[in-house]
Write a protein that binds this ligand. Structure first.
Ligand SMILES: Cc1cc2nc3c(=O)[nH]c(=O)nc-3n(C[C@H](O)[C@H](O)[C@H](O)COP(=O)(O)O)c2cc1C
Length: 411
């Protein structure tokens, strides 16, 4: 840049779809892509005291001694990606669910430095006060350190207590996505523009914006999102390359259909991914017995906090709702626990696996259910979490991947 006070032309595109140079593609020989989720979070995705009995692969996976080994194992196994989640406040309980959490943007370069091929996705809250130019510069830096193996999972936040931590009022759901749309448009300008430019948006302004070096991944690093509302899915269709959707086969298939329809309308290609919680044992009966032990130890305090925060976050435009406001809104009678009100199936779907599909069984059962999600569920990839990540990854590699190879969906 060099010239004092010269801030370049004022750009006019401030919302997606916006793909200067096109979209990045994954280079993988496999039909079904696999990833590792939440290796940076206390207890991973399992709100149960049972994780305390498996400290290294369970409650304490986030510790670098453990996490670094898991990441290297996932890389050696040929998994396509890992995704570091982002949480700023934990949900408590005896399991201290999500209380300790390595921050994703700063942990992914470390992950890149100890791995060779795996793509690292870092979750970043674009609504918590960072400027888009920070993310553009962070991303370009980690892209260089990783040799183009970095991407951003854009989240808009759903936890009022986190916004409070950043001194913010809990903001409206639709506004958060509008903000994300503008945020990421400015990031894309910064990653692609060779000359300084100026941007004057509704939420963000930048004069003389430039990022040098540019990312090595062309046309830019991967952008993913895990929104489940129609607005969230539309945002992914408009601005991202992958969407993570949650639920059973029917739900994820209809999310994939909706995503495809919206992405077509924007003349874009967005891949659909889902998320699953795996418990692999020698046999279906053994896996079921372990599962029942995890259920018996479910951490209700942590699960209730997580659920109540989610209910608060899913309602747009309401601020300052207390737990009892929410209980009234969702018509939960006095003296009835959240577990009773939601029913065992729905409650456990959150407590164990955070809403990801439970895949429990011996190797053949697990492989078949992964195949079903991929083929019948129309999912390009599946992101995995485990009760015990060390045991889970080892069994996946030894017992399940060979079956997926025989099925012809992985090499
Ligand atoms: C697989 C997956 C991973 C997610 N990771 C995070 C995360 O790390 N941090 C976060 O605040 N939200 C996370 N979310 C929440 C989503 O970004 C999103 O807010 C949520 O699905 C609700 O959808 P909506 O924003 O469209 O209402 C995740 C969701 C899914 C399905």
């Amino acid at each position: 840049m060099g010239r004092i006070g010269e801030h370049g032309k004022l750009v006019d595109i401030k919302r997606g779809p916006f793909d200067p140079g096109g979209q990045p593609t994954v280079d993988s020989p496999n039909d079904l892509w696999l990833g590792l989720f939440a290796w940076n979070a206390n207890s991973g995705c399992t709100a149960s005291r049972a994780t305390l009995k498996h400290p290294d692969g369970g409650q304490q996976i986030w510790r670098w001694d453990n996490a670094s080994q898991l990441l290297q194992q996932a890389d050696r196994m040929g998994l396509e990606f890992h995704l570091a989640a982002a949480r700023w406040v934990g949900h408590g309980g005896d399991s201290r669910f999500h209380e300790s959490f390595l921050e994703a943007l700063s942990a992914t370069p470390a992950a890149a430095a100890i791995t060779e091929n795996i793509l690292g996705l870092a979750t970043g809250h674009v609504t918590y006060g960072f400027h888009p130019m920070h993310f553009a510069k962070f991303g370009a830096t980690v892209d260089h350190i990783s040799g183009g193996r970095w991407g951003l999972n854009i989240v808009t936040g759903w936890v009022a207590d986190e916004q409070a931590m950043f001194g913010q009022q809990f903001s409206d759901h639709e506004m958060r996505y509008d903000m994300a749309d503008e945020f990421i448009t400015l990031v894309k300008w910064a990653w692609s523009s060779e000359a300084p430019f100026s941007f004057e948006g509704d939420y963000f302004t930048s004069h003389g914006a430039i990022v040098d070096p540019k990312p090595t991944r062309k046309p830019r690093p991967f952008l993913v999102n895990a929104g489940s509302s129609p607005t969230g899915i539309d945002f992914a269709a408009k601005q991202c390359d992958w969407l993570f959707c949650l639920g059973d086969l029917r739900t994820v298939r209809s999310a994939a259909d909706m995503l495809e329809e919206r992405a077509d309308a924007y003349r874009r290609k967005v891949e659909s991914f889902t998320f699953a919680w795996l418990l692999i044992a020698d046999s279906d009966a053994e896996a079921e017995a372990i599962y029942q032990d995890i259920v018996a130890e479910v951490d209700e305090e942590a699960t209730d906090t997580f659920l109540l925060r989610g209910m608060q976050g899913s309602q747009s435009g309401r601020t300052g709702r207390t737990a009892s406001d929410i209980e009234r809104t969702f018509q939960i009678p006095d003296g009835v626990s959240l577990r009773q009100a939601l029913g065992e199936e729905q409650y456990l779907a959150t407590a164990i696996g955070l809403g990801g599909k439970h895949i429990i069984g011996g190797p053949a059962t697990v492989a078949e259910q992964l195949r079903e999600l991929h083929v019948a569920g129309r999912q390009r990839g599946i992101m995995l979490s485990f009760f015990d990540y060390f045991d889970g990854l080892t069994r996946l590699q030894r017992d399940v991947l060979p079956i997926l190879r025989q099925m012809g969906i992985r090499q």
